[in-house]
Design a protein around this ligand. Structure first.
Ligand SMILES: Nc1ncnc2c1ncn2[C@@H]1O[C@H](COP(=O)(O)OS(=O)(=O)O)[C@@H](OP(=O)(O)O)[C@H]1O
Ligand SMILES: Nc1ncnc2c1ncn2[C@@H]1O[C@H](COP(=O)(O)OP(=O)(O)O)[C@@H](O)[C@H]1O
Length: 201
């Protein structure tokens, strides 16, 4: 018997659908995944700004920021990354329930962990966005100098260098950030949301 044995789900008087109606748009999570330096934060911020300017309700969960707060107890072992992604998945679910468009920007390198995050949400609420960028280009960009440190052996288990990144097999959106501009990437995400009926045109 687990610790949940005497805990019973309480249905709320105001529902997710009620909150979506109030917002005039659907709620979902845009789950960005990709190597360090691929452009997750840059594109996620630009997408959020665009959605905000359209008057839509959004919230951005970004790797570095979350690791300063709720996930400050976690490191980068596979087990800690799994727990990181599980918590982000649960937090995303709460925001989706609140009627918002959530954007997450985490490396989330393991397919199984992303699958678990997807399974927490309903059908079309989880939109996987693969920020595809060659490792060479990420190393060249190295916006935080982390690849340099990893190469010098100063960061153990660094994704792409000494820890694997498992590419998504069937993401809803693929952004090739080493081939397309930030503006093109933002348009691609917005067009997807409009075409699939998440947000009004
Ligand atoms: N070992 C190791 N591997 C990868 N990344 C590392 C590591 N140590 C620190 N960092 C910095 O932490 C950011 C990644 O955190 P995430 O929460 O997105 O990682 S994960 O999804 O749990 O794998 C990552 O941010 P981004 O560069 O924005 O991706 C790095 O700045
Ligand atoms: N086409 C592009 N799309 C996204 N980022 C780009 C692009 N071209 C150059 N960059 C730069 O690459 C870096 C990506 O860093 P960041 O967004 O922090 O990546 P991540 O969050 O994936 O680690 C930024 O300095 C950004 O300005």
């Amino acid at each position: 018997m687990g610790p949940h044995i005497n805990i019973i789900w309480h249905h709320t008087a105001v529902t997710k659908d009620d909150r979506r109606k109030l917002n005039h748009h659907k709620s979902a999570v845009l789950w960005f995944t990709g190597l360090s330096g691929a452009g997750k934060s840059t594109i996620a911020n630009a997408v959020e700004k665009c959605l905000y300017e359209k008057g839509l309700r959004t919230y951005l969960l970004d790797g570095d920021n979350i690791r300063h707060g709720i996930n400050q107890d976690l490191g980068f072992s596979p087990g800690d990354r799994k727990e990181n992604i599980r918590r982000i998945g649960e937090i995303s679910k709460l925001f989706v329930d609140a009627g918002m468009i959530v954007i997450t920007a985490f490396i989330s390198p393991f397919r199984e962990d992303r699958k678990m995050a997807r399974s927490l949400l309903e059908g079309e609420e989880f939109i996987e966005v693969y920020i595809k960028c060659s490792l060479d280009e990420c190393k060249k960009r190295d916006p935080k100098g982390l690849y340099k440190k990893a190469k010098a052996g100063e960061i153990p288990g660094f994704t792409g260098i000494s820890s694997p990144y498992e590419e998504p097999k069937q993401p809803e959106i693929i952004i090739e950030s080493d081939k397309q501009s930030i503006t093109e990437s933002v348009d691609q995400v917005i067009n997807y949301l409009v075409e699939k009926g998440y947000i009004p045109d």
